[in-house]
Design a protein around this ligand. Structure first.
Ligand SMILES: [Zn+2]
Ligand SMILES: [Zn+2]
Length: 255
């Protein structure tokens, strides 16, 4: 399998970088997982969307899906034949939100003329070629699903957005590579009790990867500013018990 980072920014973008977007290739398939602001411009440096088997959206926060609007403009402005449309796999219960977004940007048919929109059911593996992606619900501010992608005998897990939870631990289990969010510079940045939390610190990502027995941990969805990322890498490496990598835009990771 191969993972290519198109964007690693959290909701507030790192200067010059896209928000969440990852190309996952395996089992003869190529899937774009999440499509946040700026991701389509990065995708087009490598592939036309027609070269994708599908787009998969983890949850309906803007930093993970808003570039679906942009993606539609890559296609001709007409109703495409069914076999020309791009398959888009959405989280359960998101169809109405997407319709609202379509209306907000110009018309109710904005997406459906170019995309085949389907919600997954929150549990059943979704198949692309011989690659499967199994959704696992995480703990976030809105409903969110991470994915365990399996193909070519390898396993890549993506946490999407999450606080520490059982879903996160299960995603980490047996992963050859765990791509984990690490949005928080400190726990003060997360929701405070009694509000439920929704993100991870680098140290918590390392703990989850260690508990799940993941072989490799790559941190993403983290703020990159003047302070650099060395602190995040060392904090996560301390709890993971081994060296941790930081997702680099444009970089491909062989799994
Ligand atoms: Zn989110
Ligand atoms: Zn996010």
């Amino acid at each position: 399998m191969r993972l290519t980072v198109l964007g690693r920014s959290p909701a507030r973008p790192n200067p010059g970088e896209a928000c969440a977007g990852y190309l996952v290739e395996g089992g003869g398939a190529r899937v774009l997982v999440d499509v946040g602001p700026g991701v389509v411009a990065q995708l087009l440096r490598r592939h036309h969307p027609a070269e994708l088997d599908a787009v998969v959206v983890s949850h309906m926060h803007a930093d993970h899906m808003l570039d679906l609007v942009t993606l539609r403009y890559v296609y001709p402005w007409r109703r495409l034949a069914a076999d020309e449309r791009l398959r888009v796999v959405l989280p359960p219960g998101s169809a109405d939100q997407l319709l609202d977004l379509a209306r907000g940007v110009g018309g109710a048919r904005h997406f459906e003329d170019a995309f085949t929109l389907r919600e997954h059911d929150g549990a059943t593996p979704v198949t692309f070629g011989s690659m499967t992606m199994t959704p696992r619900e995480t703990q976030h501010y809105i409903p969110c699903w991470g994915f365990r992608a399996e193909g070519d005998g390898r396993r890549l897990a993506y946490t999407a957005d999450t606080a520490p939870c059982d879903g996160l631990t299960e995603l980490a289990e047996g992963a050859d590579l765990l791509l984990s969010e690490a949005t928080l510079r400190s726990l003060d940045e997360d929701a405070q009790p009694p509000e439920p939390r929704g993100h991870l610190s680098p140290a918590e990502a390392g703990t989850a990867a260690s508990e799940g027995g993941a072989l490799r941990l790559v941190l993403t969805h983290l703020p990159v500013d003047g302070a650099g990322v060395a602190w995040a890498r060392s904090a996560a490496s301390a709890t993971f018990g081994s060296d941790v990598e930081i997702a680099e835009p444009g970089q491909t990771y062989e799994i």
